[in-house]
Write a protein that binds this ligand. Sequence first.
Ligand code: GLA
Length: 677
Amino acid sequence: MPHSDTWIVLHGHASTLILEVVPGEAPLWCYWGARLPDGVTPAAVLRSTRPTPSFSPDFDQPFSLVPGLGQGWFGEPGLRAHRQGRDWTFQATDCAVEQSGQQVAVTLTDVAAKIAVTARLSLDPHSDVLTVSTTLTNQGHAPLDVQWLAAAVLPLPDHARTVRSFSGRHNTEFVAVEDQLTRSQWRRENRRGLTSHDCVPGAVVLADGCAYGAQLAWSGNHCQFIDWVDDGRWQWQLGEALMPGEISLAPGECLTSPEVLATCAADANGVAQNFHAAIRARMDWPGAAMRPRPVHLNTWEGFYFDHDEAALKDLADAAARAGIERFVLDDGWFHRRNDDTSSLGDWWPDDVKYPRGLGPLADYVTSLGMEFGLWVEPEMINPNSELYRAHPDWALQVAGRPLITARNQLVLDMGRDEVRDYLYERLAGLLNELPIGYLKWDHNRDLTAAGERPSFRRQVLGAYGLLARLRRDFPAVEIEACAGGGGRIDAGIARYTHRFWTSDNIDAVSRVAIQRGYLQFFPPELMGSHVGAAPAHATGRIQTMRFRNHVALPGHFGVELDLRKLGEHDLERLGEGIARYKALRDRLHRGQVWQGAGADGLLWQAHGTAEALVLMITRIDPQTQRHAPGLRLPMLDATRRYRIGETEYAGAWLVQHGLALPPLRGEDGLVLEVTAL
Ligand code: GLA
């Protein structure tokens, strides 16, 4: 379908974007915001009507889809590349626009620099998520060194005020940080070689009357910044952070960026809902559709490395009795793996702990009606391993530099075919021999000197390639992405996986904030949330089973403790928690999510649809007021009536005045079902 001559217009359900097409130039950003009526276009074209300010170049260069360098645009460029110091400026001399429905490809060619850049945009009318990626082609006769290629360059309006991003560390993921947007650049860059615990590759920008969100679908280094544009707007760029010399494109070679998912909605909840819809649409489930998320038992905190087949069978018995549906054997099962100092790479069962292999335990688990899952950490190698003794050169290293270990381990060079083939053979062998329905795929360290030449990108592509090969050959197996808890949670790896391990911290109080941050970007059915032991291993704090159940409820529910040690009272409460999760999981995991805060520290989240919601109310600290004010529920329809428990309410009352709540103690919660009448 041809685009209109002057404008590229894409409408979503609630958002619109407009670019001005200028022959021979990069299209100019005119608008990205709330839905405009069909047919509304800018009142004037930017190219020929914008006055030239004093002491400025006579050629005016407004903010474009791919801002250039050195040709009259003084803001951040969308591309930094050169051929040994030459051909460093970029300005399109030709522009070809292809539009087909909601998809647009804009190819910009610079005949002087011999570079072509294709930006692909596609706005999904259902989720209102714009997917953007960029391809750079070296059309010259010499290699092109690339320092930066924005995956997306997005416009933010002059009324953008605050950026909410997420920081953290191991055991404390998704710490929300709010920064005021000023004329100084806002920037977050991650050089840890994987998604990272401390730099979520996305953010939410709060503007007057609306919110914007963007996230990079990539599991490696990344960078995003928001920079003031001197027409009062802002530009938001996201892309892969490239290390010096990492990308040199041979003549004719291309570099395609990861995708950015971006959206504009009424508020941060709208942004989350749109992201959830877009990620759901990208999922590749076994059997093409998500089945109800099975209740997990994970052996890690209950057993650590101390595997004993008879004890694990007892655990399986207890798990089956408690209503658990999937039994995941975590770290500690493979050759000589008795602590974290050895054996990564030696992916065969330890013959001391499992003299007859894993078959008897796996068969026992499946005979009880549970699925059997297994933990692996394929990209890693311990110096103390058979694999390292055979192939010391397979570990990423730089000659003359020390091998920097983390948790006593090094990282395999996933760019090498023989490394990926070895891992494939080992994993495929296990998947062929055992009734494995699930892999927990870990990555427990950051990358340091990743190769003689920086090969961070190769590393990510190598891991994706191995995952894709296993998914193709074992399509029924689900995979969980884990990296020391939540170090690899992103929309890139979500293409190959089916669950995120949100955090190694399963203290229910800590989990409240972690999970709220997570839900800004990813849907609840992918959020691993476990009931752990009391005291919690990560913090030493003790919480009631009721509260632990409450906090684990909205995600993909699991249990991570030695069930054999639970007292009768806790076992009964846990059974109630599991039964409630099973009863509600379809509604928790298939609808929309709203989150908010009431007065006096009360937190709430609602999952479901306009017709039927599961409302979860959480109090961490004890109430400070004698009488709690009503909890206002802004997501309800003021014109309808609702039933909550036995009582009927006018929607307007719940929206404007709020729901009266019984007193809640500290570390307590309520789950209510809200049904529209
Ligand atoms: C990481 C994971 C844990 C567990 C251990 C095993 O820390 O996040 O859940 O699997 O590794 O070593």
